[in-house]
Design a binder for this molecule. Sequence first.
Ligand code: CA
Length: 227
Amino acid sequence: MKILIVEDETKTGDYLRQGLSEAGFVVDLVRHGTDGLHWALEGEYELVILDVMLPGMDGWQVLRRIRERGLTMPVMFLTARDQVDDRVKGLELGADDYLVKPFSFAELLARVRTVLRRGRAANDDAVMRVADLELDLLRRRASRGGQRIDLTAKEFGLLELFMRRRGEVLPRSLIASQVWDMNFDSDTNVIDVAVRRLRLKIDEGQESKLIQTVRGMGYVLDEPEDD
Ligand code: CA
């Protein structure tokens, strides 16, 4: 799950990025309002965390432009300004939550999970299935044929992407942009190694192999056709 943070305060931004990464999210951090808007529009995020006072373009404008473009991902404001007016303004513009600084990381994480859960409940099931493979997004559990599979945060993100786009051949560049952050160098073989590990956990010892390599193109997850 990808989260964009737009926060110009170095300390707060770094702290959030680290905490949310450790909680298993893919996190991109930008420190400028205009960059924030650009990435929010292009980056396919599931959540945007926006500071209000930003260089370039303030958080209100960023949110307005996101909604004008028809994007409906949840947006959470993070700000030192705790006036009621600001809160109302944020919610009127289509913010999903509003957190006043200083806040504890535990509180932020709880709010992030709530906002994401709300978004998901409206959009799709929390449990995805392909053949006998199941991925429970809320409980963050994977199983195949009823057998629990332990996944790292990266493997979980990778499997979620594969299952969301089942049957589609996913090029490495797309996998990199969805499961790794913006600073990731996709020229390395990190993706191949991660897919190989995931495949061992999912397909090893199974009669039907769900993850396939498409030579020169990328990877695909699907239920193999019977022949
Ligand atoms: Ca600020």
